[in-house]
Design a binder for this molecule. Structure first.
Ligand code: F6P
Length: 344
């Protein structure tokens, strides 16, 4: 059997363990694996490398993806891109293509399966943890560990200077990274896109803590957090980027300014940005990535196409790609309720 693999969208720690897992399964069964370079761009342009058990054996600890990634979407560029993807698969004689990516990459896989019966298998990835149909995405754990480490460092300087430190995290329109980081670092306040910013409440919490003797404050802000219209604070310019997403970022600075104005506490802000996607995967992400890769390989051997591997409880199971794409998974209310305990 000949299998292609590609990694699309924003990179994240855990992609290489997936590649290693899938390659091992296919090669153990006597098959061949080709890695298409830079996501769908490699499939369009026919750029690839051969992957073997040997050349993927020691990639487990590497962050990013050895195949490179891009946000190229064959349905959004030139009309001939989709036929070119099909031609690449035919040229290589691929019996299956494993597409590892977020909603955009998996959406393409789903369309290729639906429209052209191209034999695809999906594997969900994102630090944002916002994909429906899977309980956890690899990348998320590494990312919240990076935020945790950063906040632990910021805590000592914040305390020395009696400052409030506002830390802006990634996560797009979902608050998973922010909320989990807030819980892991005992942040004084966490702002997520799922709940409109309530400045009065945050100011009240920060002041109360100071009065009770805490000399500094930590506020975590998800990049997608926003004010209610009534607050009249514009935080995002609403510009749309090349991929149709509203441009995010900058909310941390706005929130920091407002905190300083309304509390009188000296305040600084830090945007962690792409640090949250860099470096070696955590043990959890190495194991989850490996398991996803192994299961994707097994699905390929069984010709179980049009499915995505998903974590459900402790099991990795196949779910129909069509059911897995198109819907963002926001923070569920129970997580918000648990975090509320620490605002008293
Ligand atoms: O989806 C992952 C993510 O890191 C988001 O959290 C963030 O908004 C976005 O990608 C950044 O994208 P880029 O790397 O293209 O700037």
């Amino acid at each position: 059997m000949k299998v292609g693999i590609l990694t699309g969208g924003g990179d994240c720690p855990g992609l290489n363990p997936v590649i290693r897992g899938a390659v091992r399964v296919i090669c153990n069964a006597g098959g061949e694996v080709y890695g298409l370079l830079e996501g769908w761009r490699g499939a369009i342009e026919g750029n690839y490398i051969e992957l073997t058990s040997e050349n993927t054996d020691d990639i487990i600890f590497k962050g990013g993806t050895i195949l490179g990634s891009s946000r190229t979407n064959p349905y959004k560029n030139a009309e001939e891109d989709v036929p070119r993807v099909i031609a690449t698969l035919e040229h290589l004689g691929l019996d299956c293509l494993i597409a590892i990516g977020g909603d955009d990459t998996l959406g393409v896989a789903n369309k290729l399966w639906n429209d052209h019966k191209l034999p695809v298998i999906g594997c969900p990835k994102t630090i944002d943890n916002d994909l429906s149909s899977t309980d956890v995405t690899f990348g998320f754990d590494s990312s919240i560990n990076i935020v945790m480490e950063a906040v632990d460092r910021l805590r000592t300087t914040a305390e020395s200077h009696r400052r409030v430190m506002v830390v802006e995290t990634m996560g797009r329109h979902a608050g998973w990274i922010a909320l989990f980081s807030g819980l892991a670092t005992a942040a004084d306040y966490t702002l997520v896109p799922e709940v409109e910013i309530d400045m009065d409440r945050m100011v009240e919490v920060l002041k109360r803590r100071r009065e009770k003797g805490k000399k500094y404050g930590i506020v975590i802000v998800s990049e997608g957090a926003h004010f209610s219209e009534a607050e009249g604070v514009t935080t995002q310019d609403g510009e749309i980027d090349d991929f149709g997403h509203v441009k995010l970022g900058g909310i941390g600075e706005t929130v920091a300014k407002l905190i300083e104005e309304r509390t009188g506490f000296e305040t600084r802000h830090v945007t962690l940005g792409h640090l949250q996607r860099g470096g070696s995967p955590s043990a959890y992400d190495r194991v989850l990535g490996t398991r996803c890769g192994v299961h994707a390989g097994w699905l390929a051997l069984k010709h179980h196409f049009g499915y995505m591997v998903a974590l459900r409880g402790t099991q990795v199971v196949p779910v129909a790609l069509a059911d897995a794409v198109g819907e963002m998974r926001a923070l569920e209310p129970n997580f918000l309720e648990e975090a509320e305990v620490f605002l008293k």
